[in-house]
Design a protein around this ligand. Structure first.
Ligand code: PEP
Ligand code: MN
Length: 352
């Protein structure tokens, strides 16, 4: 990781650094923070001659080699203090709640707009709405490009940032051009490394955050963090990790709830953790307790399927969506959990 003396390298300085590292088969990935840009060296960054040549440049402050497979996402990386700003919200400073439909019904745009206003009023900080959906059966409704207009209409009317899942390059381009604020990478694509790279590259320098779901069969914590490293190495470090339940399921729930991995993730990576209790437990009546558990485990927020009239929803909404009234109460309770958590950080620090 190269840290320049000034907040950013000039074009000429950047080119000089690139030409040096390329001699050693490395490449440079600039990571733009809010106040400064740092330059990740991807490849064998410990090559002594290369390091010394870089350190010899009078505009370079430091060269930190990261002793971790996660050069960018590791808790000890240079990005450890990186903050992700979405809309007016700095993730980590207060609970980040994303709420809205599983799926936008293009035949019924007003329902989504009504839910968007209702979740804002309930206290959500961002709106979710599936434009395209990964479905088990190819004959089920797959979503529709036309729903993007409805999502952006909700963003304009409420002023809140919006989140949607993308599964391929076509969807990625449409979402980036339309002004989507959070790109969701779903559980089925969390190990699709080509897509993860593409998403990192397409969103570099664009202030678009990525919400990376945990894959359905993902085991080791490192596998999840490594997937997020692909996005950051592509050029976008605004990555948030989203446990959403794994398989095999816990009998009675949709998946095996995994909000309890939050502290393990936080031990290893600085990335914010936004838990998805909706897909984890899969039934509206179980969602509030799963959401509160996630916050008690130390999550930075939750993403919750919420619908103003779940019976009229499509996709997961009829079974999984809570109503805006439940969301309002839940957000009040989450705010209290957020305060309670501080006891264990400040008054009773636990170190072992
Ligand atoms: C969703 O958020 O609606 C969804 C399909 O999630 P996942 O990828 O976690 O299944
Ligand atoms: Mn869903």
């Amino acid at each position: 990781m190269i840290i320049p003396k000034e907040p950013k390298l000039t074009k000429e300085q950047f080119e000089e650094v690139v030409s040096i590292v390329e001699e050693y088969n490395c490449r440079i990935q600039p990571i733009e923070g809010h106040h400064r840009t740092i330059y990740a060296v991807l490849g064998e960054e410990r090559e002594t001659i290369m390091v010394n040549r870089i350190l010899g440049l009078d505009y370079i402050d430091r060269f930190d080699a990261v002793d971790s497979p996660f050069k960018l996402m590791d808790i000890h990386s240079e990005l450890a203090h990186h903050k992700i700003k979405i809309g007016d919200h700095i993730v980590g400073e207060s609970p980040f709640i994303i709420a809205g439909h599983c799926t936008i019904d293009p035949k019924n745009p007003n329902l989504f707009i009504e839910s968007a206003h209702a979740v804002k009023e309930a206290g959500a900080k961002a709106i979710r709405g599936g434009v395209w959906k990964p479905r088990t059966m190819p004959y089920s409704f797959q979503g529709d490009d036309s729903s993007m207009k409805i999502l952006i209409e909700a963003k304009e009317q409420t002023g809140l940032p919006v989140d949607t899942e993308v599964m391929d390059d076509h969807q990625l381009q449409i979402a980036v051009e339309a002004g989507v604020d959070i790109l969701q990478i779903g559980a089925r694509n969390a190990l699709n490394y080509s897509l993860l790279k593409q998403v990192g590259q397409a969103t570099a320098d664009k202030r678009i955050a990525v919400l990376l779901k945990r894959s359905i069969g993902m085991g080791p914590i490192n596998e999840f963090i490594a997937a997020s490293e692909y996005i950051a190495a592509g050029g976008n470090a605004d990555v948030m990790l989203c446990p959403r339940g794994t398989s095999p399921t816990m009998d009675g729930y949709r998946n095996y709830p995994d909000e309890s991995i939050t502290p393990l993730l936080k031990d290893k990576t600085w990335a914010p953790v936004i838990v998805d209790p909706s897909h984890s437990v899969g039934r509206a009546k179980f969602v509030p307790s799963a959401a509160m558990a996630a916050m008690a485990y130390g999550a930075d927020g939750v993403i919750i399927e919420t619908h103003c009239d779940p019976k009229r929803g499509i996709g997961d909404d009829p079974k999984q969506s809570i109503t805006p009234d439940v969301l309002r109460k839940l957000i009040q309770d989450i705010d209290q959990i957020w305060e309670i958590r501080k006891h264990y950080k400040k008054e009773l620090p636990v170190t072992a």
